[in-house]
Design a protein around this ligand. Sequence first.
Ligand SMILES: CCCCCCCCCCC/C=C/C(=O)SCCNC(=O)CCNC(=O)[C@H](O)C(C)(C)COP(=O)(O)OP(=O)(O)OC[C@H]1O[C@@H](n2cnc3c(N)ncnc32)[C@H](O)[C@@H]1OP(=O)(O)O
Length: 287
Amino acid sequence: MANVLRNSAKFGFSGVLSQLSIHSRHGRECVSPCFSLQQRNNSTSPKIKVDLDSSTGVAVLRMQSPPVNSLSLDFLTEFCINLEKLEMDRSCRGLIITSTLSKVFSAGLDIMEMYGKSPERCGEFWKAVQEMWLKLYGSNMATIAAINGSSPAGGCLMSIGCDYRIMVDNPRYSIGLNETQLGIVAPFWFKDTLVNTVGNRAAELSLELGLLYSAPDALKIGLVDQLVPEDQVLSTAQDTMSKWLAIPDHARQIDQCVYIIYNTSPLPLDHARQMDQCVISVCIYYI
Ligand SMILES: CCCCCCCCCCC/C=C/C(=O)SCCNC(=O)CCNC(=O)[C@H](O)C(C)(C)COP(=O)(O)OP(=O)(O)OC[C@H]1O[C@@H](n2cnc3c(N)ncnc32)[C@H](O)[C@@H]1OP(=O)(O)O
């Protein structure tokens, strides 16, 4: 996938380059004058709510799909559309992702999407999962996950697809790529993203044993960057975001791009898709 990521390298770099030459996100002076006053651009859709504060350039994306914000095809489609809109909005430089549900950030991929569906539907679903990750991990915005509940499997992928993770300091909330415990296997690009977050050995143990970490343990291995009390998760994310946005966007973006290119498996896109297919087929065989 990292020629998924070489591709993302392509869109990343060209994105960065076009930003440098056409419309740097950094500096209020580059923002259209009609956005110079504090302005909220709100959009509400059934599963996701986005509030963009154009005066700070920070959007808060709230996942609001009860009971557990599972990543169904509909959810992922909405998520990607919202991300794309924000990505194209020059007044938006930072994105905070959080949940409106108590106790759950996201339960990961919707299990019902993986059961008894046609091959076409499965293909569409899987493409949407890949798309979500590509859009998030390759985003030009600074991204922070404000993890205010449990975040297993695909929920963890979404979190580690962000630049920074702040989790509520509650030992009952857990996070991790627990796929093997379910008898399925995390695709290699989940692995790459985890390795880039916690390092090789921790990722190896974590993936093979399908470990779910309590919030304090997740901090210990670097799976999250900071723990805060429940009522401070969003304000801390906002404060942290202002530090990220103090860095010129082009410098942060190029740095991130170089990091991703040198730290992900060098496979062509087709090969990556085939590998996903192979993993999925083997999982289906054993389920
Ligand atoms: C395309 C073909 C696929 C082929 C197969 C191979 C695929 C390989 C891919 C590998 C990558 C997979 C990534 C994933 O993300 S798999 C999903 C893994 N998710 C989990 O293991 C989370 C399971 N859920 C929980 O642990 C808990 O629900 C949670 C801690 C999140 C919340 O606990 P809480 O006690 O608050 O809530 P409940 O457990 O009572 O759940 C409430 C209701 O929500 C339903 N639920 C839970 N999780 C999911 C889910 N992932 N998808 C859909 N629905 C979910 C649960 O059943 C309850 O429903 P009911 O109230 O109706 O009983």
